[in-house]
Design a protein around this ligand. Structure first.
Ligand code: NI
Length: 156
């Protein structure tokens, strides 16, 4: 387990596009686990690889805090892609570990379908709604160099 340094506001890497992961080797598995550990350490619910300085299409998230039992359920998604989006939008207040102390309402699709490769190389699908859908959209945006504050100007 290793905690990685989180890149913050002003770091150019946050605005760069991440590259597809071609081979899931030990380094990629370690990066995924470190990202989860880093996210938990700073009480985040999602993190993208560019936020720890790696331009790779990997995100992690865990929204189990909203469940009663509070059991951790960390997900590592490699090469995630949104394959469908609901027409219906929801507005939720978002924050980001790279922008501490900034919280803004962002419009997101209420439901999304995300395809990804898991840590064992298996292609999988998630049908997400509400908070899970919001987190996935926020993190996948990071992989394209888009941060939540970029979405604000679009809305106005
Ligand atoms: Ni973020």
């Amino acid at each position: 387990m290793a905690i990685r340094e989180i890149r913050k506001d002003g770091d150019e890497i946050l605005h760069k596009k991440c590259r597809e992961v071609e081979v899931i080797d030990e380094k990629i598995k370690e990066l995924g686990q470190d990202m989860l550990d880093t996210m938990y350490k700073y009480d985040g619910i999602g993190l993208a690889a560019s936020q720890v300085g790696m331009l790779k299409r990997i995100i992690v998230y865990d929204i189990s805090y909203i469940e009663e039992d509070g059991k951790k359920e960390g997900h590592i998604l490699i090469n995630p892609k949104i394959t469908s989006r609901s027409k219906n939008m929801i507005e939720v207040e978002e924050g980001c570990l790279s922008y501490p102390d900034i919280y803004e309402n962002v419009l997101r699709h209420e439901k999304v379908t995300v395809e990804y490769t898991d840590i064992n190389g298996k292609r999988k699908k998630i049908y997400a709604k509400d908070i899970e859908a919001v987190v996935l959209q926020h993190e996948i945006d990071h992989l394209d160099g888009i941060v939540f504050l970029d979405r604000l100007s679009e809305q106005k």
